[in-house]
Design a protein. Structure first.
Length: 277
């Protein structure tokens, strides 16, 4: 798709603009997914970054500089602006390791924040034909993309109230002593094992998808022990607007901690108790 005229972009609401930016991102990411000439580098933190990651963030930054010049930008690939006032949070491809291996579980994550609060969030996963979005006070929605046009579906978390009936999704089950595979569980690992013994079943849908399934009511709780703001900002508002809870492992609400737990709300305090020190 070509970029809309400047006048049309300036007249968009924040949510409309975020959805438009997701459209631009999807165009870039789908064109580079499974491309034989995809270029992948290793960042200083030893995580991969593809040419698609960089191209998406560059395109988003270009549009925002034109239509929201006073807003700051916090992006995974090109650094962060001031986190006071209004600022956009960008993860161009959440799930880059999946993206570069040809696994279709990846998404562009976009959020608009005012100080510590998220007011708009979009998660767009074109290879899954799914887009989730929310704005403060207006609910959360799922749009199934591809094929025949569909109407957005309002999201609601599950009504499960007992852990023994709950479906849990995690990012990884790696032990903190398994060579270089420690993905952040560390001292939290015993609590994870105890929780996994209590729930109905455990799956590892991973990354953004675990939390979006919580928002859909298909999964009851999701845990990730090591995250950045751009990994969590849109997830938190979508889960919250669907009626759920999103906190760090200490129970602080929102995406500003170092890790994330999403749930249907009813189970949240019980889940947190497994990680209390």
């Amino acid at each position: 798709m070509s970029q809309l005229p400047s006048t049309a972009l300036h007249s968009m609401s924040d949510l409309e603009l975020a959805l438009y930016l997701a459209d631009l991102s999807d165009q870039i990411s789908t064109a580079r997914f499974q491309a034989v000439d995809l270029k992948v580098e290793t960042k200083p933190d030893l995580t991969p970054v593809s040419d698609a990651d960089k191209a998406i963030e560059e395109e988003i930054r270009k549009v925002l500089a034109e239509v929201r010049p006073s807003d700051q930008i916090v992006g995974e690939e090109f650094g962060s602006g001031n986190k006071s006032g209004r600022y956009w949070v960008i993860d161009p491809i959440d799930g880059t390791k999946n993206f570069v291996r040809g696994v279709p579980v990846w998404a562009t994550l976009l959020a608009l924040m005012e100080g510590p609060e998220v007011i708009v969030g979009v998660v767009s996963a074109p290879a899954l034909f799914r887009r989730w979005y929310a704005s403060k006070g207006d609910g959360a929605f799922l749009l199934v993309t591809g094929g025949s046009p569909s109407q957005p579906r309002k999201l609601n978390v599950s009504g499960v109230t007992k852990l023994e009936d709950a479906s849990l999704s995690i990012s990884t089950f790696a032990s903190p002593t398994t060579g270089n595979r420690n993905d952040g569980w560390g001292a939290l690992h015993p609590g994870l094992l105890k929780l996994a013994e209590q729930v109905w079943r455990t799956r590892a849908y991973g990354d953004f998808w675990s939390h979006m399934l919580v928002a859909e009511g298909a999964v009851d709780c999701a845990l990730e022990p090591k995250l950045a703001l751009w990994d969590m900002a849109p997830l938190s508002i979508i889960v919250h607007e669907a009626g759920g809870s999103f906190t760090d492992f200490k129970g602080t609400s929102g995406p500003n901690g170092a890790n994330g737990i999403s749930s249907n709300g009813s189970l949240h305090q019980n889940i947190l108790s497994f990680f209390a020190h």
